[in-house]
Design a protein around this ligand. Sequence first.
Ligand SMILES: Nc1nc2c(ncn2[C@@H]2O[C@H](COP(=O)(O)OP(=O)(O)OP(=O)(O)O)[C@@H](O)[C@H]2O)c(=O)[nH]1
Ligand SMILES: [Mg+2]
Length: 202
Amino acid sequence: MQFFSNVKFYKSFSNINQIYEIKVPPIPAIAITGRSNSGKSSLINALCNQKNLALTSSTPGKTRTINYFYVPTNKPYYKEFFLVDLPGYGFAKLSKKENQQLHYIIDEYLANAPNLKLILLIMDARRELENEEYSIINYCIDHGKNLLLIRSKWDKLKQSEKNKLLNEWKKNPLISERTIPVSSLKKINIDTLIEKILTFIN
Ligand SMILES: Nc1nc2c(ncn2[C@@H]2O[C@H](COP(=O)(O)OP(=O)(O)OP(=O)(O)O)[C@@H](O)[C@H]2O)c(=O)[nH]1
Ligand SMILES: [Mg+2]
């Protein structure tokens, strides 16, 4: 399995109520969350082998809505499901109030989204984790939500930096068993991530 094929944009939602109102089909959803500019939309494009399926930008704060992408069944590999691009949090140019609103949308989605099978938390591998990341990780572990920690932009690191991180992760099984370093640009570990996602859908 190389990538998810024939994926199409489904709908955008401003909040979780709209998802319930329009009665989205009850198929599994895989949510992608993370800081603004961490590479969420690029990852969706890489997973689906498309250039502009999810809008990417060098200007952070591009994705402000909950964007559903429909992945049709690909027999015998997987059944249909949704990939969900969540708004990026922590964009400095948004006001405190706007950032709080985004956190509210994201938290509510992670807590109450229908058929949510897996959460992918995307974090630039070059950045230290901040409070927002720890709070999502703790929330997921405390509430038994399936979580993968995706360290993005792996192509940007020197080998010595990669080794350092790999060694750090090994010290904490809660982190290491969930972590996958990826590069959407250089297609590093995209196939590994796809195989992993499928174990939560099938
Ligand atoms: N080198 C490199 N750059 C990447 C990679 N993934 C994303 N980027 C770049 O990082 C920037 C942000 O990527 P996006 O995919 O738009 O990030 P996002 O998380 O969707 O951002 P928001 O929608 O603002 O929350 C873009 O300039 C991408 O080209 C990667 O694997 N390697
Ligand atoms: Mg985006």
